[in-house]
Design a protein. Structure first.
Length: 318
């Protein structure tokens, strides 16, 4: 069974590969692995792990109470509860998808896809594109692969990710959607910087997560209030990752719903500055010429009087 350190190393290697970075090879080769290296004693290893744990806890102190990775003991029960009929009433999936204005040809990523509750709805909306179901759980991945044809959504592709990285290629999607998953992610600023990289120009990110003060509407349970990420903190983290808010919806009772865009796209879309008002207050040269022409063509008062006298004289002569 691989150790925790080996698993983390594999995850980071996969992340580098997804972004197009070369994966460094072991300079010693597999047959030389461990030769000529000093082995770390158990006390030293425990000390190192303790130091790393303290550093991680310190980094999370100003964010929210540390959140353990999400694991479900009974996967079948979890999948059933993801699909409980009562969910439609409070999750409002139809209204959410409408708010996203998903185009038919979009490529979409649903991070934390779970049972595919939102994945299949996004795939129906983007029927001519590809919808990626991204999750860290291999059993959920298999569930979606088993049911995607039954849902009428063969355009769903599955991706196995890690808590620290979405493992999406650069500029591969037009929309990233993430619901009830934000607080479970590790190193969120770095994570959403990778999401930023995965978005195409003018791409968008949609985040739905639990309000800190809201009750829990589902039988599966929700994160504890101290484990939830307040909207203000999420906005601060996403800003650091290069995002700006486009829409902030409030029609969900238990969750906040943000739609964000990349900062550089919004800067490029800003209209040019309006011309200086002072430059347009006075008459233009054309107006002046027209006025001058009218004045030159119009008879003066003296000319008009002379013309009138001549007309009277001609009448008397007749």
């Amino acid at each position: 069974m691989p150790t925790l350190i080996q698993a983390r190393r594999r995850s980071l290697r996969a992340a580098r590969a997804s972004e197009g970075h070369p994966i460094p090879r072991d300079r010693h080769g597999d047959h030389d692995r461990g030769r000529g290296r000093r082995s770390m004693t158990l006390p030293a290893l425990l000390g190192l792990l303790s130091t790393l744990g303290l550093a991680s806890a310190s980094a999370c102190k100003d964010q929210s109470e540390s959140h353990p990775p999400q694991h479900y003991g009974d996967k079948e029960e979890a999948l059933a509860r993801f699909e409980e009929p009562e969910r439609d009433a409070w999750a409002k999936p139809g209204q959410v998808v409408d708010a996203l204005a998903v185009a038919k040809t979009m490529d979409v990523a649903d991070i934390g896809a779970g049972s595919g509750y939102f994945t299949r709805r996004l795939a129906h909306a983007a029927s001519a594109g590809t919808t990626y179901a991204v999750d860290v759980d291999a059993d959920f991945k298999t569930h979606i692969e088993t049911h995607r044809d039954d849902w009428g959504t063969p355009n769903i592709e599955t991706r196995l990710a890690v808590y620290e990285h979405p493992l999406l290629p650069k500029e591969s999607v037009d929309l990233v959607f993430i619901s009830n998953t934000y607080s479970f992610l590790q190193e969120r600023v770095a994570y959403f910087t990778a999401v930023h990289t995965a978005l195409r120009p003018r791409g968008r990110l949609a985040v739905i997560d639990w309000r800190t003060e809201a009750d829990c509407p589902r039988s599966l349970g929700c994160p504890k209030p101290k484990q939830r990420v307040p909207k203000e903190l999420a906005l601060r983290e996403l800003s650091q990752a290069g995002f700006v808010v486009l829409e902030d919806h409030d029609f969900l009772e238990y969750q906040y719903f943000l739609i964000l865009g990349r900062v550089e796209d919004q800067a490029a879309a800003e209209p040019p500055p309006e011309p200086d008002a002072a430059a347009t207050d006075g008459p233009t040269d054309v107006d002046t010429d027209i006025d001058a022409g009218v004045e030159d063509d119009a008879p003066s008062d003296d000319d008009a009087a002379a013309t009138s006298d001549e007309a009277i004289s001609d009448t008397n002569a007749e």
